[in-house]
Design a protein around this ligand. Sequence first.
Ligand code: ADP
Ligand code: MG
Length: 272
Amino acid sequence: MSEHQETQAAYKIEVRNVSFDYEDKKTKFAALRSVDLKIREGEFICILGASGCGKSTLLSLLAGLHKPSAGEILLDGRHVKGPGTDRAVVFQQYSLFPWLTVKGNVLFGIRQSGRKLGRAQRMELAESYVESVGLSGAKDRYPSQLSGGMKQRVAVARALALESDVLLMDEPFGAIDPRLRLELQELVSKLCAEHKKTVVFITHDVDEAILLADRIVVMEPGRIRSILKVRLPHPRVREELAGTEEYEKLHRQLISAFYDQVEEEIDAEVAL
Ligand code: ADP
Ligand code: MG
């Protein structure tokens, strides 16, 4: 191992004993309690959990939009102090600039990356990212002229254009119809592998998690319940996965993790 490699952080992202409280003058709500998670460079992590269990809170801490109430978050061995161009974020709600075209939105990502490029180079790069998400024919359209699926393609292209090592995605395809959703999942899987991204992808869809993830982090309210490794080769194709032993086993484990959670909630209610 070279000296350079020895000084590199062992993990790309480290979440160390992190808790987070939403606080106002009168109330305090513990949204995360003692969360630990280590993510290696190039890993695709899916965070799976029921609504309200703290997935978006965890992502916003990774993005630097909130600070942990306790514990620490490291990126490349350094503390995360706020948002940065070393992490691209894609949200469920289309967060495109309505006054910019498809190409303009992607150009924004390129400008944000801070690379010193001439105008022609920037244009060429923007076109290549637009093409990579299959939108060349719509590059001069404005967001209001696009379908939901097309908007999320633009959001993905803009995030890739930032050329950050880390990509954080919060239920990016939650509002997209199932057929198109599958197309986008396969696109993201392919592009993230090509660009060697470290990805944290939030979902409440078991199939989506199995299709995309190297490891699936299952959350229950405020904490990590379990972490499952997905031992299926990439690229994965939905029709080929269904019915394989590994897929069925994972599916059962994940569904039962959810089901137990619901049972526990019902038990808690009955006990009240
Ligand atoms: P998820 O993304 O898993 O649905 P969130 O991280 O959005 O969950 O929320 C976790 C918990 O924190 C929920 O119970 C939610 O009601 C609460 N919460 C989220 N945002 C706020 C906020 N700004 N103020 C108070 N509580 C919040
Ligand atoms: Mg959420």
